[in-house]
Design a protein around this ligand. Sequence first.
Ligand code: CAO
Length: 433
Amino acid sequence: MSELIEIKIPDLGGADAVDITEVLIKAGDTVEPEQTLAIMESDKATMDLPSSVAGTVKEVILKVGDKVSQGTLVAVLHPLNETATAAQAPGQTAAEKLPAILTPPKPIKTVTESSPPAATTQAPTSNSQAPTSSGQAHATPSVRLLARELGVDLSKVTQASGTKGRILKQDVHNFVQKIMHQGGASGASGAAIPALPAIDFSQFGATETRALSKLKRLSGEHMLNVCLNLPMVTQHDEADITELESFRKTNNAQAAETKLTGLVFIIKALVATLTKFPQFNSSLAADGQALIYKKYFNIGIAVETPNGLVVPVIKGADGMGLEQLSTTLSELSEQARNGKLLPSAMQGAGMTISSLGGIGGSAFTPIVNAPEVAILGVSRAKMQPLWNGTEFIPRLMLPLDLSYDHRVIDGAEAARFLVALTHYLGDVRRLLL
Ligand code: CAO
């Protein structure tokens, strides 16, 4: 008779008290390695719990609504083969034997860096500070976060479509829609924004409807909230990167190991500029009455993935050289594209860079990744004639777009910030001063 296997929650990248929203196994089921056993939902992401072993479920310990952390017991299995028990240490009791640590949870949806790292401690926008008395309502942290962001008092949401009367996100959206329609009908004024009219496009020609990915829906929700709540302005400037590019090319031709892209120089220059302008590396306090200055230099990088945009964070960018930044950037963007980023890898940025330079374009207006207060957009560098006082000379010019929260940053500060950044990029030796 084989030993029993205890399935436990693995390292959740620092997340704690994560909600179990679905349990997909029951006693008697046979599970395969990689099969999803349950779904967890934190404020930042929904993750599935894949099994690392094959077996028959003897007992399921978890139930929907439980809060779990690393080490919480999920289920007990009879293994299907002996390999599962091969790692058993001698002297363990039956209960201790082979706590099969699950393979790392797979994020299946993420709110992107744009989401506040912790709903309970960091309110991203002024609306999120709207007083609510929703403490008793039955809802997951992410639903509570959504309610806070929309200024919805959960105790007033009467429709609860989830199991055991749990309020779902759709219920919150329905509630808001209902209020908006009531407002419109009664002619009441206020912040409610009327929904766009639904149009049957098939009247104009053939159409096909495809569902948005969860990632797109969630990041879209957050971006809409940011746009509705932040007074944003975008400042544009150009950096002369002729010398930088010449150094980069020479270095790449000589250094076989790590190729540097222009982006790592921009990260380095951004960190130097942030040290001079610390208000750009800050967030508004929850009550909107103070600024929280971050003494760390964590830079979010917007990465395009097949499912949508995610923002992994390069932590401690100030302590990294160009090569280490390059390696870290390519590791994080690869993990992002393979859907392997843990929620913790997308948290804690001070400021974000969104680079479209590899694709094209001369300027754009990136959306601030609230609760951050500024974001740097990078467009495609191109050769341009520059007047040097005597003649036009060809220079490689890099367009930069700085969007900022005007509640925190003034236009003059933004202009100075970009001037400083372009100086660093114009002569990277200044980074050593
Ligand atoms: N000007 C000119 N060329 C540029 C450039 C710029 N500003 N930025 C990058 N390039 C070039 C690179 O040098 C590279 O050229 P080579 O292949 O000849 O070396 C090529 O474009 C591709 O670069 P890259 O995009 O792969 O690498 P990166 O380090 O510049 O960027 C990353 C990495 C992860 C930011 C990028 O791959 C990416 O995902 N960008 C999209 C981000 C995005 O979607 N932002 C929008 C957010 S708002 O919706």
